[in-house]
Design a protein around this ligand. Sequence first.
Ligand SMILES: C[S@@+](CC[C@H](N)C(=O)[O-])C[C@H]1O[C@@H](n2cnc3c(N)ncnc32)[C@H](O)[C@@H]1O
Length: 209
Amino acid sequence: MSRTKSSRAWLKEHFDDHWVRRAQAEGWRSRAAFKLLEIDDKDKLLRPGSIVVDLGAAPGGWSQVAARRSSGNGEVIALDILPMPAIPGVIFLEGDFREQQVLEQLQLELNGRQVDVVLSDMAPNISGMKAVDQPRAMYLAELALDFACQHLKPGGSWLCKVFQGAGFDDLLHQARANFAKVLTRKPQASRPRSKEVYLLGRNKLTSPR
Ligand SMILES: C[S@@+](CC[C@H](N)C(=O)[O-])C[C@H]1O[C@@H](n2cnc3c(N)ncnc32)[C@H](O)[C@@H]1O
């Protein structure tokens, strides 16, 4: 391994260890929890009584944060292709969000209610081939945006993991048509070298512009 490569690997490991240790110490299921905590501290998405949908929820860090911060009459509906151990205050659906039948299950759970916040931290398994991984990731983000546009209350928020690269500008354009404001967030717990960023749509418009 070259010197640069090995020091990069050391930095990555050190960075990961720091957040993993903090997550264990503070009782969060994943270090991802810190990303949502930081964004929510700044942007105040989650309020007591919020109805929240958490897409790509396992192992459950974001759901824990959402359940805690929307407690009261709030409700968190979480979905993942992988199983997730129960979290108090969270309804969990297991399934692939790309499948129509799974979407219908989620809609059934909502029973016509509109949502305050749609979260998506979905990420496909990485093959290492950019030409395969980027479109897969973008497709999940597009589905999450589509769902948000259909199910958010006017004024609601959408927070979504996106990877900068092909398709990013189109997604941003689509988001800007549906929200009064679209912001980019890169929380500290997101690896600095990763192309991962979070798009935050604020104030969902009643109809696209
Ligand atoms: C980065 S993890 C989410 C971490 C989570 N936010 C937390 O705080 O613990 C990404 C998740 O997206 C899920 N995922 C990927 N593709 C999916 C799909 N098609 N449908 C549902 N979930 C999916 C993965 O199974 C994985 O659990």
